[in-house]
Write a protein that binds this ligand. Structure first.
Ligand code: ATP
Length: 378
C-alpha cells in the first residue's frame, strides 16, 4: 500500500480512522467521521471546508485539546493520543491572538519559554531571532495594546514559533485582517513556513487563500475529508461535485456516458439542444466496467476559463443566448443561457485594446477545452 509507505517515511502527523462525537445537551454530534490523512514533514498543509465541517475539531485533536472518540493520531510514528497538549511538539496560533495586553511584544514572545524554565540569555536570543523572522525588530519593547491588528498577528505568530515546535497549527489566523493586509500576510506566512521548515497545518474556509498558500489541501465536508491534493490537483481534477463547487467557479453539465476510451469518456450532454451535444471528458477514476458505464448519468465540470465564445455556431459544442456581459478589469464574464435555460459562465481575460465584440441577446456558440473538462461523481 503506497500511502502507508509514505506515511511511515515522511509523515509528520498521521490521522487514522479518527471519529469525534460530541455530546451536546444529550444529543450526539459527529464532528469527524472516519478521517484519514497523512501530513508530510515540512509541508504547508491546509484544511479547507465550509463552516461546521470539522476543521477546528481536527486541529484541536492534533493539539491535544480534545481526544478522539475512536482512531489514532501519530506524530513521527508514535501514538500521541494520550499526551497532554504541553507534552506535544505542537503549537497553535488562534484566530483571536490571545496576547497579554499589559506585556511588551518581547515579553509576550518569551512567555512560553520562561514557563519552560529556559535561561534568560537563551530566551532573549530566541526573542530576537523570531522578531527578525516576523520582521518586528523595531517594536520589541512596545506594549501589545499599542500596536496594530496586523502587528498583533505577527506577535502571536512569533510567540507560537518561539519554542521551535515541529508542527504549527493555525486556525484561521488571518480572518481578522483587512483584505490588503491579509494578502500580504499570506505571502509572509508562506515565507516563514519555508524559512523555518516547520510543518504548518492551516485552517481556512477561504478557497482562494488555500489555493495560493498550500503545498497540499484537504477539502472537508460534514466531518469527512473528500479529497487531498496539490492546489492544482484539487482545482483541475476535483473528485466530486462538492469539491468542484466549493473551489473556484464551475459549470455543471448533466449528461450520459456514450463510450470510454484511453482514459477519456465521451458524454452526451443533456442541455436541451435538438441534436445532442457531446464532448470528451477526463475523470479521476474510470468506471471499472465500460459496458456497465454505458448510458450512466454523469456530471461534467467545466471551469469558466476553459470555455470561450465562438461565432462559428455550427462547430461549437454548445449554443445559447448571451444574457449578460460583466466586465471586472482583468476579466470579462459572459453568462450564456443554454436551451434548457441553464446559465453557463465563460471567463475571458481582457487584453489591452481588445474590443467587446459581442452583444447582449445575441445567439452565440460556446467552445469547450475538452482536455480540461472533468467528469465527477454526484
Ligand atoms: P468553523 O469554520 O465555523 O470554525 P469548523 O469546520 O471548524 O467550523 P468545527 O468547529 O470543527 O467546525 O465543528 C464541527 C461540528 O462539531 C459542528 O457541528 C459543531 O457544532 C460541532 N462541535 C464542535 N465542538 C463542539 C462541542 N464542544 N460540543 C458539541 N458540538 C461541537
Amino acid at each position: 500500500n503506497p500511502s502507508e509507505h509514505e506515511a511511515s517515511d515522511t509523515a509528520a502527523i498521521e490521522v487514522r480512522n479518527v471519529r469525534k462525537v460530541f455530546d451536546s445537551g444529550g444529543k450526539q454530534v459527529t464532528a469527524l467521521n472516519d478521517v484519514n490523512v497523512a501530513i508530510r514533514r515540512n509541508e504547508f498543509f491546509t484544511l479547507l471546508g465550509p463552516s461546521g465541517c470539522g476543521k477546528t475539531t481536527l486541529l484541536r485533536l492534533i493539539a491535544g485539546f480534545e481526544f478522539p472518540t475512536a482512531g489514532s493520531i501519530r506524530l513521527n510514528g508514535k501514538d500521541i493520543a494520550t499526551l497532554p497538549p504541553y507534552r506535544r511538539p505542537v503549537n497553535t496560533v488562534f484566530q483571536s491572538y490571545a496576547l497579554f495586553p499589559h506585556m511588551s511584544v518581547a515579553q509576550n514572545i518569551g512567555f512560553g519559554l520562561k514557563m519552560l524554565g529556559k535561561p534568560k540569555a537563551e530566551i532573549a536570543h530566541r526573542i530576537d531571532e523570531v522578531l527578525r523572522l516576523v520582521r518586528m525588530e523595531d517594536l520589541r519593547d512596545r506594549a501589545t495594546s499599542e500596536i496594530s491588528g496586523g502587528q498583533q498577528q505577527r506577535v502571536a505568530l512569533a510567540r507560537a514559533l518561539a519554542p521551535s515546535p515541529e508542527v504549527l497549527l493555525l486556525d484561521e489566523p488571518l480572518s481578522a485582517l483587512d483584505y490588503k493586509l491579509r494578502k500580504q500576510m499570506q505571502i509572509e506566512l508562506k515565507r516563514m513556513q519555508s524559512d523555518t521548515g516547520i510543518t504548518f497545518i492551516f485552517v481556512t474556509h477561504d478557497q482562494e487563500e488555500a489555493l495560493t498558500m498550500s503545498d497540499r489541501i484537504a477539502v472537508m465536508s460534514a466531518g469527512r475529508i473528500l479529497q487531498v491534493g496539490s492546489p492544482h490537483d484539487i482545482y483541475e481534477r476535483p473528485v466530486d461535485r462538492f469539491v468542484a463547487g466549493f473551489i473556484g467557479e464551475s459549470n455543471f453539465l448533466q449528461g450520459h456516458i456514450l463510450t470510454t476510451r484511453e482514459g477519456l469518456t465521451q458524454v452526451s450532454l443533456d442541455v436541451g439542444e435538438v441534436s445532442a451535444a457531446t464532448l470528451w471528458a477526463s475523470c479521476n477514476e474510470l468506471p471499472a466496467d465500460a459496458d456497465q458505464a454505458d448510458n450512466k448519468a454523469v456530471t461534467v465540470v467545466v471551469r469558466p476559463e476553459h470555455a470561450s465564445l465562438t461565432d462559428d455556431i455550427d462547430r461549437a459544442t454548445l449554443t445559447g443566448k448571451l444574457e449578460n456581459i460583466v466586465y471586472s478589469g482583468t476579466d470579462t464574464h459572459y453568462h450564456v443561457s443554454l436551451p434548457n435555460r441553464q446559465s453557463f459562465i465563460i471567463r475571458s481575460q481582457n487584453r489591452r485594446g481588445g474590443t467587446a465584440d459581442h452583444e447582449q441577446g445575441q445567439l452565440v456558440g460556446i467552445s469547450i477545452d475538452e482536455a480540461a473538462a472533468q467528469l465527477v461523481t454526484q
